[in-house]
Design a protein around this ligand. Sequence first.
Ligand SMILES: Cc1ncc(COP(=O)(O)O)c(C=O)c1O
Length: 369
Amino acid sequence: MSDIPLVDLAAQHAIIADEVAEGWRQILERAAFIGGPPVAEFERQYAEFVGVRHCVGTANGTDAIEVALRALGIGRGDQCILPANTFVATAEAVWRAGATPVLADCADDATYLVDPDAVRAAISPHTRAIIPVHLYGQAASVERLMPLAGQAGAWVVEDAAQAHGARRHGNSAGALGHAAATSFYPGKNLGAYGDAGAALTQSDELAARMRMLANHGESRKYEHQMPGVNSRLDSLQAVVLSAKLRRLAGWNAARRTAAGRYEALLGDLEEVVRPRVLDGNEHVWHLYVVRVPDRDRVVEDLRASGIAAGIHYPRPVHLTAAFAGLGYRHGAFPVAERAANELLSLPLFPGITPGQQERVATGLRKALR
Ligand SMILES: Cc1ncc(COP(=O)(O)O)c(C=O)c1O
């Protein structure tokens, strides 16, 4: 029996291979690899898809968060609140912008999203941004964070790296706050063939600053208004992203169907805490994350039966060596810490078959025995 991967990118490529080959052929012929019509076209399409006025392509998602924060004037001496349970990049981007990450625990409700009450408690006179992370494919409750940010004189910058196409009360992740950043890392719901990302906003002025910052602070050729970074979206990646964007809604629907199958297959397993969809959310199931006892052994057992299981993430930000210097102790964020010990991501991708999911469920049942 063949192994079941966590994600299957080859199957997606087979669907768009001809389109990508033709787009790349044209770029190779023109020998114009940075910017140009494919990038502008993708930026226009993605902004429209999310429902924002501006999409600024960047080299990756981490840069996109940094660029969004810096475009808002956030830097040294400022604090940005973000969840303890996220990929470390969210904290890194804050740190690279020169600001200090301040962490908040997640809600104890099997969504693993940041707890707005914990965010409120973390606000200080130095708070300049709240960064909700739309983790695993569903949006955080940004509508509860916007008033908090308003009172604190801070901005809401969404980390929408895991939520392409997700909606909250009908609006897209990435269009819920003042600005947003996303990643097109290959394994994402909308993934490039290498690194890529984008910053998003409704504001013309902010978008202009984002675009400058991402391109050496340049307003016009060799007119450098501020020290920026080199973080641009390549035209080869833009071709892939445009081809995939056309199929994204269908692929997200297939993920939803697959998540529904896991719901049915795992419903009777008392030891398994299945993921909860927050009221008002359209989840796009970037990851199907459950909580199980004795997680590390379960992962090993699954892998031994040819089932790839992931852990997102084995350590909350404050327990990484990189951010130990923030000074938080073990026990500071109990919900995130428990999640880090028990979370397990099951294989889920648009082309996963009912048979593969049944095998995953059987494997999990066996591992839990
Ligand atoms: C939640 C989250 N934030 C930020 C990033 C950073 O994106 P990138 O890897 O493109 O820099 C990622 C993905 O890797 C992510 O999952």
